[in-house]
Design a protein around this ligand. Sequence first.
Ligand SMILES: [Fe+2]
Length: 397
Amino acid sequence: MTTARLTPHERAAHLGRGRLRRLVGLVDHDDAADPFPVVGMDAVVFVCGNATQSAHYFTTAWGMSLVAYAGPETGQRDHKSFVLESGSARFVLTGAVDPASPLADHHRRHGDGVVDLALEVLDVDRCVAHARAHGAVVLDEPHDECDEHGTVRLAALATYGSTRHTLVDRSRYRGVYLPGFVPRAREVVGGPRPLFQALDHAVGNVEMGRMNDWVRYYNEVMGFTNLAEFVGDDIATEYSALMSKVVANGNHRVKFPLNEPAVGRKRSQIDEYLDFYGEPGCQHLAVATDDILAAVDALRAAGVEFLDTPDAYYDDPELRARIGRVRVPVDRLKSRGILVDRDEDGYLLQIFTKPLGDRPTVFFELIERHGSLGFGKGNFRALFESIEREQAARGNL
Ligand SMILES: [Fe+2]
């Protein structure tokens, strides 16, 4: 077993192994014995209707730092891309400039959403060869891209819907992101920064009856293992139901829960997502923070809206007994609507935003882990009932 190596990005963000163990459940893993060794998430790439304003939103409200840019001024005529960072998490926000850009058409069909969950890998060619041998669709063959800062080796695999996994080996590259991008700085002062330190998990909503196919895809193509599953009563309310299984890479930096709708009395949140996104896609991104209270306060002050949690959730004696002692009095969680869950390893605090864009599709989760490596199973019912109230208000339940 080899000790998990820190990425240059994590070192730059002053994240050590102990902190990453706490934040995202990083574990040691033997890369040499792994057929598809993934270092971690490289970037989450969004297509936005207005990337210029989305970049403003993520810097001002979410406290992210703008670090790089590509657009017409840098020779990119088709679109603009803004690269933002928070701790070791990197988001790339892209929007069409040319009306004929395929990105404009993508946005018309899907609205704002995640198009690429890019993975940093040790050996792009070896990963692609393994993926192809196990039935993956290779969208981009392995190739080099170079500039004065070095060479990046890239390829891309298809996953659910029109989502892709770009594979990136940046071990021979010293530039700010990728060739074609120039450094661009904008740090917004004020409040605690950064509000989150890493990406914890990225959830995919897939077609009814296809969850196990996609779990098998990650098992066979990428050598991911199954962390958890939630079926039946775990994940049903009076009205709607879904099923979920979680796959993770060897060192657990990358965790992909996969949801499918299950038959219920009314339409589930997954059905609503699939109707409005138009196909399977990324449902939510969970970002890991070491101070969820400060993060929620800063985000609320900046106008970010969270799902409501009824007071009854905190007054439930069963919940009080189950969660035991957490780092702050429960009243401080109640006043912010932060949820708590506990399992045999510890506890976690979490909260969910309302959908980020105009469509009821992608949203964010903030998660503060204290030993628990779970996903908040004990909160699913309260969370889903809250989502259903929103769905009903939109006329989609
Ligand atoms: Fe989550």
